[in-house]
Write a new protein. Structure first.
Length: 179
């Protein structure tokens, strides 16, 4: 997990220093969270390790809160017909990890690469190049391969969370799993 955090931190620094100054600040946004809750826009796909890091972050919350979040994740998968198969790039959804009034529940500890990459840019020319995200996703894929013994596809965030949580040895989605 530590190497994943390093990759995310390196990517965040690069985005912050080279691109984010061209974007509208989230702190001054008239509609906080609109980009995270736009069911026609959000298509965040994450790796198994990113899902695991999100899960570990959520495990720090009270059990009842975890239960609410995972119920919201399950409802998101059902509502938007998300799955592991097909063209997952076109599968969009409202992010179940964003709460109005609180913001992103994993922002500080487990923010996935596509979310780090996102900001409100006025001009297409100001966006970070797609290759930059792809390069860091490849680093995470290499880490996934070393960790799990094979390359795994990126999945829509809610699907990845449910897939990962269903693999808990204890069978208790909300319990702690040792890595």
């Amino acid at each position: 997990m530590e190497r994943l955090r390093e990759i995310q931190a390196e990517f965040a620094v690069e985005i912050r220093t080279r691109y984010e100054h061209r974007a509208k600040s989230c702190a001054t946004c008239d509609t906080p969270g609109a980009c995270c809750l736009d069911e026609h826009f959000v298509n965040v796909r994450i790796s198994r390790l990113e899902a695991r890091l999100i899960e570990k972050t959520l495990q720090k919350l009270p059990e009842q809160k975890q239960k609410e979040i995972y119920e919201r994740v399950e409802k998101t998968v059902a509502k938007y017909g998300l799955s592991e198969s097909g063209d997952t790039i076109v599968q969009t959804f409202a992010c179940p990890l964003y709460e109005k009034g609180s913001g992103c529940l994993v922002h500080n500890e487990a923010k996935p690469l596509p979310c780090i990459n996102h900001a409100c840019y006025e001009r297409k020319d100001d966006l970070p190049p797609d290759e930059l995200l792809a390069e860091h996703e490849m680093q995470v894929d290499e880490l996934n391969t070393r960790t799990y013994g094979k390359s795994m596809p990126l999945l829509p965030l809610p699907v990845a969370l449910l897939t990962n949580s269903s693999q808990l040895a204890s069978g208790n989605r909300y319990g702690n799993q040792q890595d």
